[in-house]
Structures are given as C-alpha cells and as structure tokens.
Write a protein that binds this ligand. Structure first.
Ligand code: SAH
Length: 396
C-alpha cells in the first residue's frame, strides 16, 4: 500500500496554469500544504475546492514550489513512468538529429516532461545534469535506466549549473554510472570532428544548442575573413573553415577554450586560425582602432541576464558588443548575433540590435532568425524553454 502523498492546496483560481499544462507552481499560488512533505518529495496538487490536478515534486526552498510530472490522476511516479518518459524523449530525437552527428541533447527537462533533467549524448558517453531538488532524488535511478537503455560507456554528472542555488542546492559533479570518462572525448557534429571536455567544459561540455546555427552561419563564410567572438572551443570557426573561409580569428577570454579551438581546427585538417585572447568588450575596440575589418562576425556571448532584474544591464551589454561588431564589418558583411538570456526575449533582442544599427550608422537587414536546435524543443505550454535566439543580418 502506497503512503498518501502530501497535498499542495492552490489558492482560489490558481489552477489556470495547470489547466494549460504549465508545469510550474509558484509559491504565490500555494494556499497551504496538507501533510509533512519534505524537500524533494512527490506531492499531489489540488485546487481550492479539493479537486485533483497534478502530481509532481516539491521544494519549499524554491520559488517554484512544485514541478509537475503528470496530469494523469492515479499515475505513480515510479520506475515504469520514468522509463517511459525517458524512452519518449530519446525516441523524439530520432527525427531531430540526422547526418553524421553523435552529440546532441536527449532530454530537455520541462520540454520533455522531465522537469529539472538534462541528458546529453557525447558519442559513447552520457552527461546528466540535475537542476532541482526533486530531480536530485531521482537521478541515480534514472542513470541506471539510461545505462540499460543506451549502453553508454559511462554517465557523468555535471550538476554545476548556475541556477542550482535558486533551489537551495550546491554543485555536484562526478561519475553516476559506468566508467570514468577521459578528459577529452571526440564527437561528430554534421560530419565535423570536435574534442569535448565533459569533465571541465562549459554546461555539459559543448554548446549543443548551436548545431544548426553553426551550419547556417558557416554557409555565409566562403572566401571571407571571419571573426568568431566568444568562440569557446571553435564551433563556428570549424564550420566557417569547412565552408572555405579565407581567414578565421577566434576571440575568447578563456585560454583553455582557445587551445581547444585551435586543436579542433587542426583535427578537421584546417589551419589553427588566429588566437585573440581577452575581454571581448575591450578587444573589439582594439581591433577597430587597428582598422581591422571582417566579412563575417559571430557574436555568441554567455548569458548576460540571469533574472528579470538584470535585463536592463544585459541589454546595455548586448548593445555595446553589437555596435562594436558592426564597426568591424565591411560594407555588405554578415553579423550573426545571439543572446542565450531567457529573460531577454526575441523581440527585445531585435530592438537592441536595431538600436545598435542606428547608433553605428549602419543599415541592417535580417536574413534569417536563428534559434536553438530541435533537440532543444520548446513545449508550447512552457515558453520558458525558448532561450536562445539569434539574428543573421546583412550589414551595409
Ligand atoms: N559560440 C560558442 C559558444 C560560446 S559560449 C560555440 O558555438 O561553442 C561563450 C564564451 O564566451 C565562452 O567560451 C566564454 O569563455 C567566453 N566569454 C565570456 N565572457 C567573455 C568576455 N568578456 N570576453 C571574451 N570572451 C568571454
């Protein structure tokens, strides 16, 4: 006999979001808790009249009190349920990933019905990231299931994302199952080869969300001088080289990332490219002072806004680097500019780029809007899943 779950009683009328299948219940929507639920426990969610709505996991230390796992009454959150959700996520990827690619996202958290869980595949290895208290409690079981389902050499945990403190959690990294991965794994992406450091690299090791955009931006690089700003391990650079760019510069503040960028170029049979190490805000001005000009500039900065409160300062940052990039472009050049701040939406980002165009005296035309790839799908009731946006602009 299963013990009764604690019940989270919603304030009057606050079941609306659940009706629309939004998986988050904020603290303000909760009227009271019946039972002795502790952080991470499964709970049932009922409305003010006592009617059952959903089941999920609870964290009183987070502004997001409950994250919903099921809207099916009577559905147990057991092994069979988790296995079914994982299998569905993995099956979805069969249509999202094609060609010679063996590094991509297998589970994208809320968007795949598994709140707080990221699972990425890197060739024969799997990296798991848990973002929440509730998922921390399920991750070991999930890792065992993934070993059975995917037979990777090992599953490495990279639960060191910047949002864990919002759940009252510290960083956790280490082997969850199988072998200890080497410092460097070789993966294939659209037929190109990349070394990825899943132990120490950013996120789970690689910016898998830019796979499609790297291909798109690459197609504008033939014969050109390309400046890849915030280059990390050279993703956009290697695609530019394959497309036949004449000269490629990688700019980043991380020496390790730049080392790997040069190695990734060589791994694919290209020249290592020019290394520009330093702060982009300053270096872009220096390049301008040196009268450097480029045919293509890629701007893929880290997250500038971690919350709504930081949106204003983030937009100033975006405007600054975008103006600098525009000054560095030859007439008719291409700017591929991105923002991965979820709090800055696509419309606001477009306004910022527009403002940078006006202030730098350049005429801009958007040739294409860019987004995170399909292995990072956006579940429509959960628009928060859309965070990466970009504009491919012709700059005259
Ligand atoms: N475009 C890359 C991902 C970029 S991630 C890809 O496709 O893989 C953002 C990068 O910006 C990181 O490598 C980080 O080291 C770098 N970075 C962060 N702040 C910076 C700054 N102020 N100046 C230069 N680089 C910076």
């Amino acid at each position: 006999m299963m013990a009764e779950l604690s019940r989270i009683v919603l304030a009057k009328g606050r079941e609306k979001a659940l009706m629309n299948r939004h998986p988050w219940i904020y603290s303000g929507a909760v009227a009271r808790v019946i039972g002795d639920a502790v952080p991470g426990d499964m709970v049932d969610v009922v409305d003010a009249g006592g009617a059952w709505w959903a089941r999920g996991y609870y964290n009183p230390n987070s502004k997001i009190r409950v994250r919903v796992l099921t809207w099916e009454q009577g559905q147990a959150i057991d092994r069979a349920f988790l296995r079914q959700q994982l299998a569905a996520s993995i099956a979805r990827r069969e249509r999202m990933v094609s060609g010679d690619t063996n590094a991509y996202r297998l589970v994208y958290a809320e968007s795949d019905g598994l709140p707080g869980l990221i699972v990425d595949r890197y060739a024969d290895w799997v990296v798991l990231q848990s973002l929440t208290m509730g998922m921390d409690g399920l991750k070991q079981e999930i890792a065992e299931m993934l070993m059975e389902m995917l037979s990777p050499r090992g599953i490495y945990e990279r639960s060191d994302a910047d949002i864990r403190p919002q759940e009252g959690l510290g960083p956790v990294v280490g082997v969850l199952a199988g072998e200890i991965p080497p410092e460097r794994i070789e993966v294939h992406e659209n037929g190109l080869r990349f070394y990825v450091d899943i132990l120490n690299g950013h996120k789970t090791g690689f910016y898998l969300d830019q796979r499609m955009s790297r291909e798109t931006v690459g197609s504008y690089c033939a014969g050109g001088d390309v400046l890849n700003v915030f280059a990390y391990t050279g993703g956009f650079s290697v695609y530019a080289a394959r497309a036949g760019a004449a000269h490629i510069s990688h700019l980043d503040s991380s020496a390790n990332a730049l080392d790997l960028a040069a190695e990734n170029m060589v791994l694919n049979g290209f020249e290592p490219g020019e290394r520009l190490e330093g702060d982009a805000f300053k270096l872009l001005r220096t390049l301008r002072d040196q009268n450097k000009r480029y045919d293509v500039v890629v701007l893929d900065p880290p997250k500038f806004a971690f919350s709504k409160a930081q949106v204003q300062s983030a937009t100033r940052g975006y405007k600054d680097i975008n103006m600098s990039a525009m000054h560095l472009l030859k007439p008719g050049g291409i700017l591929a500019t991105f923002s991965c701040s979820g709090a800055v939406d696509a419309l606001l980002f477009q306004k910022v780029v527009f403002g940078a165009g006006i202030d730098s005296g350049r005429e801009l035309r958007v040739l294409q809007e860019l987004r995170q790839g399909p292995d990072h799908p956006v579940f429509l009731p959960f628009p928060q899943g859309a965070y990466l946006k970009g504009l491919l602009c012709l700059v005259e």
